[in-house]
Ligand binder design. Structure first.
Ligand code: ZN
Length: 436
């Protein structure tokens, strides 16, 4: 996993994983259990404060309150604070989902007493000594020393160059399948601000539920059929609803209820892995196409626009669908860092009118977007897959400031069509007829 940091759009952060082996478990277990106790305290105190004072406590309030707790004094202060921060992140994630209509979501809740919670070490929480990380606990406790292989801090970019990163965050996670299988160290490296090309071609992307479209300045049009991802996402939603229904009929906390809960978690983990794999393959293909075609700027629809239109009265079907079904934030973030690793800059741009304008002649009429996703222009007679028309308009918008009232100054070639191939686990090019 990797992402680009908010502090600078071209700062690249990347996470590498190192399996530790179960023999390290006795060393990490006390810290992980302490982190779990802090989490449970967050849940408990939030509920109590709400019950007694009819308000939710703030992050600072909880941090101050827990300082005297025994569990807090097991960990390095930054690691203990990180648990509270994660709790508040989970709460705001829960709220966002509720706002988007996912009423089946539950607020963050208590974890079993023996749950091994991930522990995070921030910059001041660890030292680097040659090929070893020294992870600090509270002042009175011995730090944990982890030896790492040669070249542990070197990250290889897609073009083969190795970059030495500065570790900025370390996390220890337990891998669970029925029981603890392993411990994995996740080290996040700061690779600094990556240089991006300042001149070059432009490509634009139209994100939809079942299809993604791409248009580039060299005349390339690409259509990515993502029905496979969408159906997995829908199946995942249905699975959640089914379990929710089943669990609502059981007594909360009972043995059958708990068994149902762990079955739910197992199923969702498996489904999530499959969805994430397809998302990764898709964004990787985007970045590879851009790199191969000398693209310097990849343009994507601005998600803040989308949210605003979904919240205000103009609840377009497209906006609602986009918000509810696919993880657009995650896809954007993935496309962004994969591009960055190849020197391609990602720019969000407004999608206004891009789905109701003809990309060829610039005439605008929402009614020309026909059923079954076709754009049929009433003026110049262009017939094009509607999402490709949208991507081409986004490209025009980026180049000229607006997509309406202006003819396309260059020609597009035949669209290429890509589809998920189960056997090779990647998107492959298929004949255009497959798009129908
Ligand atoms: Zn037209």
């Amino acid at each position: 996993m990797a992402w680009s940091d908010k502090s600078h759009p071209h700062r690249l952060l990347l996470t590498k994983q190192f399996p530790l082996g179960l023999e390290m478990l006795p060393l990490f277990q006390p810290a992980m259990l302490a982190a779990n106790r802090i989490w449970n305290s967050c849940v408990w105190h939030s509920r109590e404060t709400f019950k007694q004072e009819n308000r939710w406590p703030t992050e600072t309030e909880l941090k101050a309150k827990f300082k005297s707790f025994a569990a807090w004094r097991e960990l390095h202060s930054q690691s203990a604070q990180a648990v509270v921060e994660e709790y508040f992140e989970a709460v705001s994630g829960y709220r966002k989902h509720r706002e988007n209509g996912h009423i089946e979501m539950n607020p963050p809740s208590f974890k079993p007493k023996n749950h091994l919670r991930t522990v995070t070490w921030k910059r001041q929480g660890f030292d680097v000594k040659d090929n070893a990380l020294v992870l600090k606990l509270s002042r009175k406790k011995e730090p944990i020393k982890v030896a790492l292989p040669e070249g542990w801090n070197v990250v290889t970019l897609p073009d083969g160059t190795g970059m030495k990163g500065t570790p900025v965050e370390v996390r220890v996670k337990a891998v669970l399948r029925r029981k603890v299988e392993n411990l994995v160290l996740h080290v996040t490296f700061d690779l600094g601000v990556v240089s991006v090309y300042r001149t070059g071609a432009v490509s634009a992307y139209d994100y939809n539920s079942a299809t993604f479209a791409r248009a580039a300045l060299n005349g390339a049009l690409d259509l990515f059929i993502c029905r496979e991802i969408l159906s997995q996402v829908q199946y995942r939603n249905k699975t959640i609803a089914d379990f929710q229904e089943k669990m609502s009929r059981l007594k909360e906390g009972s043995r059958r209820w708990r068994r149902c809960l762990s079955a739910k978690i197992r199923r969702l983990k498996k489904l999530d892995r499959r969805i994430r794999q397809m998302e990764h393959a898709l964004t990787k293909l985007f970045a590879e196409l851009d790199e191969a075609e000398g693209v310097a700027f990849a343009v994507v629809g601005d998600l803040t626009d989308l949210r605003r239109s979904a919240r205000t009265g103009m609840k377009g079907r497209k906006a609602t669908q986009k918000i509810n079904q696919m993880a657009y934030d995650r896809l954007h973030a993935e496309q962004r860092y994969k591009n960055l690793m190849r020197g391609v800059q990602t720019d969000p741009w407004t999608e206004r009118y891009t789905s109701s304008t003809c990309c060829l002649c610039g005439a605008r009429n929402p009614a020309w977007r026909k059923h079954r996703g076709l754009w049929v222009c009433g003026k110049c007679r262009l017939i094009l897959q509607a999402d490709l028309n949208g991507a081409a308009n986004l490209l025009k918008q980026y180049l000229f400031g607006s997509c309406t009232g202006r003819e396309l100054p260059f020609a597009f070639g035949e669209p290429r069509v890509w589809r998920w191939d189960k056997r090779s686990n990647k998107f492959v090019q298929v004949s255009p007829r497959a798009a129908a």
